[in-house]
Design a protein around this ligand. Structure first.
Ligand SMILES: Cc1cc2nc3c(=O)[nH]c(=O)nc-3n(C[C@H](O)[C@H](O)[C@H](O)COP(=O)(O)OP(=O)(O)OC[C@H]3O[C@@H](n4cnc5c(N)ncnc54)[C@H](O)[C@@H]3O)c2cc1C
Length: 475
């Protein structure tokens, strides 16, 4: 026996409507470590734009909440779906519809994985720059919906810099073509930008026209610099930025992170207490630039090694890319994502040390030091994140804001950070953004309660109700 909405979905979409227990259970969680207490109603595996439109028309008519899902690798709890909700999965929509080397663009469906896309583009000598550490497992649609960043952002930008156009299905099933195929285009309001980072609240991304680059010529050089303290490493990275050098990658790992990854990968333990910068230069002047950066780092007190061996370079970056798995082994992890102006990195590490002392906790931290985005990790041995840890996270957010930074550099607000959103935006902007969501989705069926959480001071609004009142950590 199905509910009326399930019956309608099955009539329209047949076996693309999946109610298998294992499928529903998987949709209760993302990779934040959190999950809904109860499973959603169904997962709709959309295979075409028409499938997405059909599912949304039914959801709209029946006022059923819909949570869009790519690969579910998000770290902000945005794609967690619970009781009474339909999950609309775009994972089966993974075709590359067009590659235009002459125009440096590709048109893709949203479910293609980031790394899969680059495999398709490589024979053309092209690549799509957004490079989240999850590039092997996350979708392009999810990357756009979260406004993802990654390791290469300081030089090659974030997703926002690499999308020309988006096809969006609105909550009522209408299809919009936003943006343009030309390099320039300023007709009307920039709704493409609005959709980037909208975390499934404005519509379902069913296609994207992506801005490509030619693969950089030359051999990349990789630099490893170790420092006695994390503050010294942060000062080293700030000195590199201030020197005018433009590395493709500049990643910082503190001693706790470095030790955890070495243990995970069964490498020799690093020297006690050291923090590490891993930097990569690319392009035809990679070697010259690497030597210039090495000189800056030595001047800043680092012990520096440089290699132009691609395999060695890749192995060094693997250490950084294994961070998430290394932290997950240590306990229940709350991965934070604050971002500050690059010159403020040393001060932000001072703030982290202050919060560690104040709360008697350790906060292992990695940073995309090239762009000022830090991932402090709160790790607890309980299944749930205790309120005291949320208080420490609260101090962390406020410290980042005081330094001219932001609550989230790349992971998004989702459910986990919604209670702080108004603090950063201010009352007027929070209200304006909420009203914009209502214009796109007047019935409030898309991801209700995510991003814009109900605030205690505001009049009650069912669109903003907590989607997972009994939210619980997920194994
Ligand atoms: C090991 C690991 C490393 C990571 N490293 C990085 C990193 O370096 N940089 C970074 O930015 N993130 C990183 N992430 C987080 C995550 O991979 C990104 O947020 C990614 O963009 C999510 O893509 P997804 O396909 O998994 O989306 P999901 O998790 O399925 O969804 C994320 C959000 O996007 C929405 N969404 C998904 N698809 C669509 C669509 N077609 N239309 C509308 N909305 C949609 C969902 O509703 C949700 O709000 C990492 C995660 C892991 C597990």
């Amino acid at each position: 026996m199905g509910t009326p909405v399930l019956d309608q979905l099955r009539a329209a979409l047949g076996d693309r409507v999946d109610t298998a227990a294992a499928t529903l259970d998987a949709a209760r969680a993302d990779r934040s470590g959190h999950g809904a207490a109860e499973p959603p109603l169904a997962v709709v595996h959309a295979e075409s734009v028409a499938d997405v439109q059909a599912a949304l028309r039914i959801a709209h008519e029946t006022a059923t909440p819909v949570v869009v899902r790519g690969a579910g690798t998000g770290l902000a709890g945005a794609s967690i779906a619970g009781a009474g909700e339909i999950v609309l999965s775009t994972l089966r929509m993974r075709r590359v519809l067009e590659v235009r080397p002459d125009d440096l663009l590709a048109v893709v469906e949203p479910g293609i994985l980031n790394a899969e896309l680059d495999e398709v583009l490589a024979p053309y000598g092209l690549w799509w720059p957004p490079d989240p550490a999850s590039r092997d497992i996350s979708t392009v649609g999810g990357n756009i919906a979260t406004g993802a960043g990654g390791l290469l952002c300081a030089k090659y930008g974030v997703v926002r810099d690499a999308v020309l156009a988006v096809d969006l299905v609105l909550a009522d099933g209408r299809l919009l073509h936003l943006g343009h195929r030309s390099v320039k285009g300023v007709t009307g309001l920039d709704l493409t930008s609005l959709v980037i980072g909208s975390e499934g609240r404005l519509g379902v991304i069913v296609g994207a026209t992506l801005k490509l680059r030619r693969i950089e010529p030359g051999t990349p050089c990789t630099i490893v610099a170790t420092f006695p303290t994390v503050r010294d490493a942060a000062r080293g990275s700030a000195a590199v930025t201030a020197s005018g050098a433009q590395p493709a990658i500049m990643e910082l790992m503190d001693a706790r992170c470095l030790a955890a990854v070495h243990a995970l990968l069964e490498l020799d333990p690093p020297a006690e207490g050291i923090a590490q910068l891993t930097i990569q230069t690319d392009g035809l002047s990679a070697a010259v630039e690497a030597e210039q950066i090495a000189a800056v780092l030595r001047q800043a007190g680092g012990a520096v090694a440089v290699t132009d061996d691609p395999a060695e370079g890749e192995e060094l970056l693997r250490i950084r890319r294994s961070m998430h798995a290394a932290m997950a082994r240590l306990g229940t992890t709350l991965i934070e994502d604050v971002s500050v102006p690059r010159s403020a990195l040393p001060a932000m590490f001072d703030e982290i040390a202050r919060i560690e002392r104040a709360y008697g906790i350790e906060i292992p931290t990695v940073a995309h030091a090239g762009d000022g985005n830090l991932h402090p990790n709160f790790i607890v041995q309980t299944a749930e994140i205790p309120e005291r840890i949320w208080q420490a996270a609260d101090e962390l957010f406020r410290a980042a804001l005081c330094l001219g930074g932001t609550l989230t550099g790349e992971h998004g607000i989702g459910t986990l950070k919604s209670r702080w959103l108004a603090d950063e935006l201010g009352e007027d902007q929070w209200t304006l953004q909420r009203e914009i969501v209502r214009v796109f989705d007047p019935r409030g069926i898309l991801a209700p309660g995510r991003v814009f959480a109900q605030r205690p001071s505001a009049p009650s609004d069912p669109h903003d109700a907590d989607p997972h009142p009994a939210e619980e950590p997920h194994a």
